[in-house]
Design a protein around this ligand. Structure first.
Ligand code: F0G
Length: 460
């Protein structure tokens, strides 16, 4: 390439206004929301980095697909276009469309979970863990040790610890219906998994006669990291890498709200005919007929086109570079961030940045609230609020207390990100003033969505 600047490989075709608010308005809004950023009205948010899920901008060709959507109940041409696009990358025999990723998880774990069963993963995402545990099964995480240390540099921090997996399966293979690998590892910082690791996991699974599934939400970002970092992959097309990832697995769950470049959608896919028949029967109970799942024909079209766009190298180069741009600037400003920078998000290490707030006073929540009050930026706590409460009612600190700044795809420009860097730097400079929080009201599961908090004085 002749020039060094990596530009957005698109120009803007429709714009959405952003509403400016004052610090006083934001303080009131967040207090009324019980200091839970999920409780805010999104119009009170200036830069919304809560999630990269379903929040991206669709392309002209996806909107054209929306117009072409065929709403026939069964066997619609939109379904066949969706199926072809999915199987072009993931040639599994059975593809079962769902309204989003967790619906695929719910169906799969209803079919294969249950008391006494255990599901290993590099790291379960919160909905995945909740769907496993809801059936009475156990969710166990075996990410490599480097994946738990925010500061350690490793090209594939999402890798599974195959030694621990092997030991676990040696004892409990009979209780394990499937091993999962999440690409990229969202809860561990958006970190990729290498092809070499996937091959090693496959080998362990084969030895113990256990199936391997991918939680493939961010498969294209993972494949780009393989293209950039793994020996012998620099000249390979990303589509080819994705197909190899798929070839190592027996099935997958997918949220098309991430690397489907769509606002809604997902699927469950597999090769096993008997399991597929059971899953389709469950699908009909809650999602719909097997050729649309929980989706309209127009959604199937948007996903089919999104899958073609998400594997384009110019898009992925821009996408991964934009995330690194934010992370590198924050690191230069002295803010501890999970290293190396992940694919879809930058993770601030709130436990390191707020040593005066003990984990059970939720340093991640404290930082996330402060970023909103200061600059209208909405991030997401990924730490003790999200993972600290256990099914038996006990509470312990999560492995890490992070604040995730997730970047919606193709949505914010570099000046938006420069503003985010400025706000984070200002908050970090007065971080010792920030209070911790305590929970005043919480539901039995997935408490981070609806819990209410109040600030506590400085602790420790
Ligand atoms: N698996 C992973 C790794 C995810 O990141 C998500 C969603 C899901 C499964 C569930 O998919 O939302 O379509 O039901 N992650 C979003 C996030 C919510 O913000 O990271 P879904």
């Amino acid at each position: 390439m002749a020039f060094g600047t990596i530009i957005e490989p698109f120009r803007i075709h429709a714009v959405e206004p952003l509403r400016m608010t004052t610090p006083e308005e934001r303080s009131r809004a967040v207090r009324e929301a019980g200091y839970n950023l999920f409780g805010l009205r999104s119009e009170d948010v200036l830069i919304d980095l809560l999630t990269d899920s379903g929040t991206g901008a669709m392309s002209r060709d996806q909107w054209a697909g929306i117009q072409r959507g065929d709403e026939s109940y069964a066997g619609s041409p939109s379904w066949f276009r969706f199926l072809e696009a999915v199987q072009d990358l993931f040639p599994f025999r059975h593809v079962i469309p769902t309204h989003q990723g967790r619906a695929a998880e719910k169906i799969l774990f209803t079919a294969i979970g249950g008391p006494g069963r255990a599901i290993p993963n590099n790291t379960h995402f919160d909905t995945t863990r909740a769907n496993v545990e809801f059936t009475g099964a156990e969710a166990v995480d075996f990410v490599i040790a480097e994946g738990l240390d925010p500061a350690t540099l490793h090209p594939f921090k999402g890798n599974m610890d195959t030694g621990r997996l092997d030991e676990f399966l040696a004892e409990r293979a009979g209780d394990v219906p499937v091993v999962f690998v999440t690409v990229t590892n969202n809860s561990g910082g958006g970190q990729p998994v290498s092809l070499a690791n996937l091959r090693a996991v496959r080998e362990v699974c084969d030895r113990h006669g256990v199936a391997l599934f991918l939680d493939a939400c961010r498969f294209a970002e993972n494949a780009w990291f393989i293209h950039e970092r793994e020996d012998g992959c620099g000249d390979r097309d990303v589509r080819d890498i994705v197909r190899e990832m798929a070839s190592l697995a027996d099935g997958m769950t997918m949220s098309a709200k991430k690397d489907g470049l769509a606002n809604i959608g997902g699927w469950l896919a597999m090769n096993d005919d008997t399991l597929a028949a059971r899953c389709r029967n469950l699908l009909i109970l809650t999602e719909g007929f097997p050729t649309y799942g929980g989706l309209a024909g127009r959604d199937l079209e948007a996903i089919a086109q999104g899958l073609r766009e998400v594997v384009q190298h110019d898009y992925l180069r821009y996408r991964i570079r934009s995330t690194a741009y934010l992370g590198e600037a924050l690191a230069r400003a002295g803010i501890p961030v999970v290293q190396p920078i992940g694919g879809h998000a930058v993770y601030l290490d709130a436990r390191a940045l707020l040593p005066h707030v003990e984990p059970l006073h939720y340093p991640g929540q404290a930082l996330a609230v402060a970023l909103y009050e200061a600059g209208g930026i909405r991030g997401c706590e990924i730490g003790t609020v999200m993972f600290g409460r256990h099914p038996d009612g006990s509470e312990t600190p999560a492995a890490l207390d992070l604040v995730r700044l997730a970047l919606p795809r193709r949505t914010y420009t570099q000046s938006h990100i420069d503003y985010v860097i400025e706000v984070c730097t200002e908050v970090a400079a007065r971080v010792r003033e920030l209070p911790g929080y305590r929970i005043v009201d919480e539901p039995a599961a997935l408490r981070h969505f609806t819990a209410r908090f109040e600030p506590v004085g400085r602790s420790g």
